[in-house]
Ligand binder design. Sequence first.
Ligand code: GLY
Length: 423
Amino acid sequence: MRILVVGSGGREHTLTWKIAQSPQVDTLFVAPGNGGTAEIAENVAVADTDIPALVDFAKKGHIDLTVVGPEAPLVAGLVDAFNAAGLRVFGPTSAAAQLEGSKAFSKRFLIEEGIPSGVGAIFHDYDAALAYLHGQKAPIVVKASGLAAGKGVFVCATMEEAENALQQTMEERVFGAAGDEALIEDCLAGEEVSLLAFSDGKTVVPMIPARDYKRVGDGDAGPNTGGMGCYAPSPYLPPEVIAEAHRRVLQPTVDGMRGRGTPYVGVLYAGLMLTERGMRVLEFNCRFGDPETQVLLPLLENDLVDIFLACAEGRLSEIDVRWKPAHAVCVVKASGGYPGTYEKGKPITGVAEANALPDTVVFQAGTKLAGGKLITAGGRVLAVTSIGASLEQARTKAYQGVACIDFEGAQNRSDIAAGAPPS
Ligand code: GLY
């Protein structure tokens, strides 16, 4: 088979790495890819949002299956365009991707389907939103409804922060049309878990649960990032709680989307908060998580291509999705200054040494090859994933890998997977 992966981050390097292990694959392309994907596939100089150019490449390149990493092309209708062109693709249509593309849609859907989530209100009008906010208490969450490159959610410790977040979103329009609607939600406390699932539109199969670390600093200090590390499986979601999430969240979501005439095919990512009053959906994403993918796929036993084909062909119930009885830890190394401004073009050393460590693999994100040398090209530069028989073993190995790698200004958290209870 000839397979095309769309995207350029650590998630897409991991997808490419796992797909490359499939005996069904002859040729693998990544558009546009990064320095890591260039080593195991052919990078194609097409932006992940250039849907007509991607259709053209898939047609002319006789691509048998396209796998989409990021949310933006999904929400923009990549899958619809591929379907219309008769090209096989893994991911939700634009209508189904609204579960992530519009937080207002998602909130209304959760309420209509009786799926547990936090109390919240949706606003088109800034003055009405501000009046509602003044009737609430901090801490409180303000969200832009549309896609905002992961920056549209504000967890506000004070009313002043919340007013500022609302003003930026709805008045200053820092996220553009993503701020046409805004949500104000109660701040939920508890353990956060990422539960991703494969769906063929009817059957939904949960993956093992993962824990993402979103803040830049140790102890969850500092601003939110795209994710500074991850581990799986999360001990906070044992099999009986996964079964509950399947019954109360995943299956009703897939059934509800099918009932609306917009079946959900692809990866459904439920961000869950385990509160004192039970599980609540924080958000849905319409794709694999980053960096969740970097710990999930190394633990997946199956040929990932089998699962993608089964989802695309509506026969996921035939697949026995199996996981290694092990633990994975991933630690992200980021550019100095990230998630604020940072410099690019710094030479990276030690990737080969880290990759040579047992049970360890380096997934690249913000990297590129320049004159045969690997240099930084983004905020989250790369992630080191290790597998171990215990979480502690995996953590120790991952940090050994991190210690091998260096570039000017490099930063990483030192507490990924620290202190998690044994599972
Ligand atoms: N890890 C968070 C996300 O992928 O959105």
